[in-house]
Each structure stands twice: as structure tokens, then as C-alpha cells.
Design a protein around this ligand. Structure first.
Ligand code: ADP
Ligand code: CP
Length: 318
């Protein structure tokens, strides 16, 4: 049966090792060969994506080339710039797949503003890792040059800059995104979590932060009332005791059960935890009684569609 689906793309769908535009465009062409399977089954699709590596790299480029007459841009603008660049690559690659499959729809990237609370605690406690990984020595040198930067060790992979990451409250462009989806075309939205803004009278003012794209995707999925939120990442399933000899794959799981695993600290913060939290929020807040959140990999899409593979979270599993 066809459904309305929001698919959130993880980092490996866009950037593996090579950060050149050629490599990222190629990665997205491969990604779209998988995504088109949803469209061919008659589903209505909305796509979101991350930007952590790209926005970090862009801020470094900006800082390196900045002069008084050509100043570097603040983080909210850099987020919008990466929404633009990744959105362009993605709509280009999706349109190619739609064309190859004789499908009449088009893809369109929507620069999305996401309203956040100016008093969100994350503004005082930056936690979102962005950009490249540094050795301990490199991290020390960066800190000496930029005393305002906070760097933290990220899951044994090296040190990364962290920036504030407030919770998304309202997706400003949700109605237009919904209209594009309902028309049968494919909106690409809340890229990089969307551009963080705060309300100030009649205006929306940018805030320097990077919103977690899984949380923004969840908020959008709720607002536009999709049936399914599918979070694609590098693993086919969520695991208990992840990476341990006794790791256990989660397949179909009720929301009440996965909430217990969250409490037991099963999921790493900054990687799997926001995905599982977003899945729980979607299933609990959705107006659809059968709302389904799925966490799986790009390469597992075929098996999800044909056999229900992946980690599937619902209110009740029949
Ligand atoms: N309990 C868990 N089950 C599965 N994967 C986990 C778990 N805890 C941490 N991970 C890791 O989290 C990664 C997904 O987070 P991340 O790489 O930050 O996401 P993204 O795909 O959005 O860039 C997985 O590829 C896996 O390595
Ligand atoms: N904005 C965001 O969450 O990006 P990543 O998923 O790439 O970290």
C-alpha cells in the first residue's frame, strides 16, 4: 500500500572519505538509486539530510579566506549555504533517477527555517559535533588560536568542534513542503536540520547553531502528517549491547520497550540516541494510530520494502 514517507539521510549517504563536490555528487547519485525504489512503489516522499561535515568544512573555508571587505558568514548562514549545495546535488540526482524511470515528478529543495527557543540550554552548552576530526595535538593548537571554540572527543574517532544544537519547535515552511509532497513531487527539506531562527516581534532572526537533522526531520514528519519516518544511517538495525560480542539486533519493537532501552543507556548520545529518540517522538506524537518509524541503512531499503527488514518502531506490533 502506498504511503507518505519522510526519509532522513545520514552522513554516509552524502560523504564517505572524499569531501570534493565530485565525490559527494557521486555518493548522492548512488543514494538516489536506492531512494527511487520508494517512488516506484507509489509512495509520496519527503527527503531530509544532514550537513555536519559540510558545515564544519565551510566554516573553516570562510574563516581562512575572510577579510574586512569579504567577511566570513555566521553559522546560521553557513547552514543555509550547505542546505543549498547539498539540496542542489540531491535534487539533481533525484531528477536524473525520476527521468531514467519515466516518472513525471520533480524534486525541489526548500531552504527551511526552523524556529528554536532563544533560551534553549544548548546555547550555553554546545554539543553538536561538526566538521573534520582532529588529533589531540591539532585540537590543542586550534583551541590556542580560537579560544571561543569548544572541541570534544567524538566516539573514539578524534576531536571535533562542537556548536549549540537547540531543539526544533516550529518548521516555518512546513505548509509549502506539505503542498509539494501532496502534489506528488518530492520536497527536500530541513537539510542540515534547517536554519535555526528565533522570533523577535514580526521578524525571524538567525541564531548560530546546527540543529540535529533527526530531530528536525521528526518535527516535520509530525507537522505534515506522514505515515512513516525512515531514518537511514550506516547500520541495517539498531542493536542492544552494540559492538559487543553479545550484541542483539532489534527488529520489530514497541515504543514502550525501546523507551526502556533508552533509560538503560543502550544508545550512544550524538549518534544512535537522537535517532531512537526521534523515532519514539514520531510514533508517540503522530496523529496516525499506525505511525511507523524505521531505522535502517540505504542498502537495506529493498529488504525493508519487500520483507520488513530494519528496526521498525510502532505503538503496538501485531
Ligand atoms: N546501539 C546502537 N545500534 C546501532 N548503531 C549504533 C548504536 N550506538 C551507536 N551506533 C552507531 O551510530 C551510528 C549512526 O550515527 P551517526 O553516524 O552519527 O549517524 P548519521 O548516519 O546520521 O551520520 C551507526 O552507524 C553506529 O555506528
Ligand atoms: N545537522 C545534522 O544533524 O547533520 P549530521 O547528521 O550530518 O550530523
Amino acid at each position: 500500500m502506498s504511503a507518505k514517507i519522510l526519509v532522513a539521510l545520514g552522513g554516509n549517504a552524502i560523504l564517505t572519505k572524499d569531501a570534493s563536490d565530485v565525490a559527494q555528487k557521486e555518493a548522492l547519485r548512488k543514494t538516489c538509486k536506492q531512494l527511487i525504489k520508494f517512488v516506484k512503489k507509489g509512495n509520496k516522499l519527503v527527503i531530509s539530510h544532514g550537513n555536519g561535515p559540510q558545515v564544519g568544512n565551510l566554516l573553516l573555508q570562510q574563516a581562512a579566506g575572510s577579510t574586512k571587505d569579504n567577511p566570513s558568514m555566521p553559522i546560521d548562514t553557513a547552514v543555509a549555504m550547505t542546505e543549498g549545495s547539498i539540496g542542489y546535488w540531491l535534487q539533481n540526482a533525484l531528477d536524473e533517477q525520476l527521468e531514467c524511470n519515466n516518472l513525471k515528478q520533480s524534486a525541489a529543495a526548500v531552504i527551511t527555517q526552523v524556529i528554536v527557543n532563544p533560551n534553549d540550554p544548548s546555547f550555553k552548552n554546545p554539543s553538536k559535533p561538526i566538521g573534520t576530526f582532529y588529533s589531540h595535538q591539532e585540537a590543542k593548537q586550534i583551541k590556542e588560536k580560537n579560544s571561543e571554540f569548544k572541541l570534544v572527543e567524538d566516539s573514539g574517532r578524534g576531536y571535533r568542534r562542537v556548536v549549540p544544537s537547540p531543539q526544533p519547535l516550529v518548521i516555518k515552511e512546513s505548509k509549502i513542503i506539505k503542498a509539494i509532497m501532496e502534489s506528488g513531487n518530492i520536497p527536500i527539506a530541513v537539510g542540515g536540520g534547517g536554519t535555526p531562527v528565533v522570533e523577535s516581534g514580526d521578524r525571524l532572526i538567525g541564531k548560530e547553531a546546527v540543529i540535529d537533522k533527526d530531530f528536525s526531520s521528526e518535527k516535520l514528519a509530525e507537522l505534515i502528517n506522514v505515515d512513516k519516518l525512515i531514518i537511514l544511517t550506516a547500520v541495517d538495525n539498531v542493536y542492544l549491547n552494540f559492538n559487543m560480542p553479545n550484541q542483539k539486533k532489534l527488529e520489530k519493537v514497541e515504543v514502550s520497550e525501546i523507551k526502556k532501552y533508552i533509560e538503560q543507556g543502550e544508545f550512544a548520545s550524538g549518534s544512535m540516541l537522537p535517532k531512537v529518540q526521534s523515532a519514539v517522538r514520531f510514533v508517540e506524537n503522530s496523529k496516525k494510530p499506525n505511525a511507523e518509524a524505521v531505522i535502517t541503512s540505504l542498502n537495506n531499503i529493498e529488504d525493508y520494502l519487500t520483507k520488513g527488514a530494519g528496526t521498525i518502531i510502532k505503538k503496538s506490533i501485531d
